[in-house]
Design a protein around this ligand. Structure first.
Ligand SMILES: *Cc1c(COP(=O)(O)O)cnc(C)c1O
Length: 392
């Protein structure tokens, strides 16, 4: 019998040879600024858990209470018979958090993007998309069958040129961008994007996955730039700073109602367990009521970034708690990551095709509850090993 998946296995082997296969690291307990990884305690510098909410006792407690009251599974899609009063409360909380009229939860951020973008534009429309947008945005655009025009990363001049080229030819235009870009930690100028969108009659969509809990006092990029009522679609996720899982969408009431009635990922996929809903509500409450948490995150970020730069590391255009150490050499970045890991610092090398060749890096992600000793230990190791390897 012929092996019908032989070509896939060959592709896998090629990926293995190029070092493109993810090696999984096993955590043996909760994640936090520190965690037990492969049996030993490490400083975690590779997690999206910016505000240290993933292990927060109040989220656990909210989930446990919800399990007692609602059981485990939701029993159905939200659209059919899996919608609870808790879910209703979460939708209101999302709107309050984002300062919009309405909010909607999805299973994940990825399904929010794919399901929403596929239905808000279609054949005969055009999407203008930043060249470094997240893969789930790219997939959503593909599913929509709208035409796609890529503009240069954060280049407002290029965005305007492209708007000028398309605005007569298409009925509807959508500008879509990540808020915070996950590999570089740089930020989209939402005030300028919204202004251009107004001039050319385009809708705007921002993916705030790495902005919530970080920008705008924790509320995200819309509030950061004071344009929360001018962005048509604010998408987000509970899986990063909010320490949980689940996607969200915020906007005006009728637009959200339209998405809820058309997005296949909302209509045709199961509700997550009510315990997740309860934890997500609690997480939004904590971010709003504990601004000092966001402040600690920024204090740590500023300290770490300044010290890395003064040692001679290239942190690119980082403006957020994503602080890359750009090495620009696959072998060296792997060696650096390996050495840091050996010293109890959980980082991962990020190489082509995740980032362009020549910009291979370690992506450091800061936690609000990293102590000064944690940061100093990491900085000392970066300095010593970086010098040994001739990086700085
Ligand atoms: C993580 C991420 C997503 C996906 O969110 P999940 O809730 O983890 O599915 C989407 N967009 C961006 C920019 C992200 O960083």
């Amino acid at each position: 019998m012929t092996d019908k998946t032989k070509h896939l296995k060959e592709k896998l082997r090629e990926m293995q040879e190029r070092g493109e296969v993810w090696e999984l690291r096993r955590l043996n307990g909760p994640t936090g600024p520190r965690a037990i990884v492969e049996g030993r305690e490490m400083i975690v510098f590779a997690s999206n858990n910016y505000l240290n909410l993933a292990g927060d006792p109040r989220l656990r407690e909210a989930a446990i209470e919800a399990i007692k009251k609602y059981g485990w599974g939701a029993g159905s899609d939200w659209s059919i018979a899996g919608y609870t009063d808790l879910q209703d409360e979460l939708h209101k909380k999302i709107a309050e958090f984002k300062k919009t009229e309405a909010g909607l939860a999805f299973q994940t951020g990825l399904t929010t993007n794919i399901g929403t973008i596929a239905k808000i534009v279609g054949r005969g429309d055009v999407v203008l998309s930043d060249e470094l947008n997240h893969g789930s945005i790219i997939d959503g655009i593909r599913l929509s069958r709208a035409d796609k025009v890529i503009y240069k990363h954060l280049d407002m001049g290029d965005l305007e040129d492209k708007l000028r080229q398309v605005h007569d030819k298409y009925e509807h235009i959508l500008i879509v961008t990540d808020g915070v870009f996950s590999m570089d930690g740089d930020v989209a100028p939402m005030d300028e994007i919204v202004k251009l969108a107004d001039e050319y009659g385009a809708m705007t969509y921002v993916d705030d996955a790495h902005g919530e809990g970080v920008l705008g006092g924790g509320r995200g990029i819309g509030v950061e730039f004071g344009v929360e009522d001018k962005i048509d679609f604010q998408m987000g996720t509970f899986s990063k700073a909010l320490g949980s899982v689940g996607g969200m969408l915020a906007g005006d009431a009728e637009t959200i109602e339209y998405v809820r009635n058309t997005a296949r990922t909302w209509l045709l996929s199961a509700a997550y367990p009510p315990a997740v809903t309860a934890a997500n509500i609690k997480s939004l409450e904590i971010v709003l009521s504990e601004p000092e948490r966001v402040k600690r995150l920024w204090d740590n970020t500023k300290y770490f970034k300044k010290e890395m730069e003064s040692m001679g590391y290239n942190t690119g255009n980082s403006q957020t708690p994503i602080v890359p150490a750009i090495v620009g050499d696959t072998k060296k970045v792997r060696e650096l990551a390996h050495r840091l890991f050996e010293e109890g610092i959980f980082v991962l090398p990020i190489v082509f095709p995740m980032v362009p060749r020549g910009t291979e890096r370690i992506r450091n992600q800061i936690n609000a509850d990293h102590t000064r000793e944690d940061l100093d230990k990491v900085l000392e190791a970066y300095e010593r090993i970086g010098k040994e390897l001739g990086i700085i």
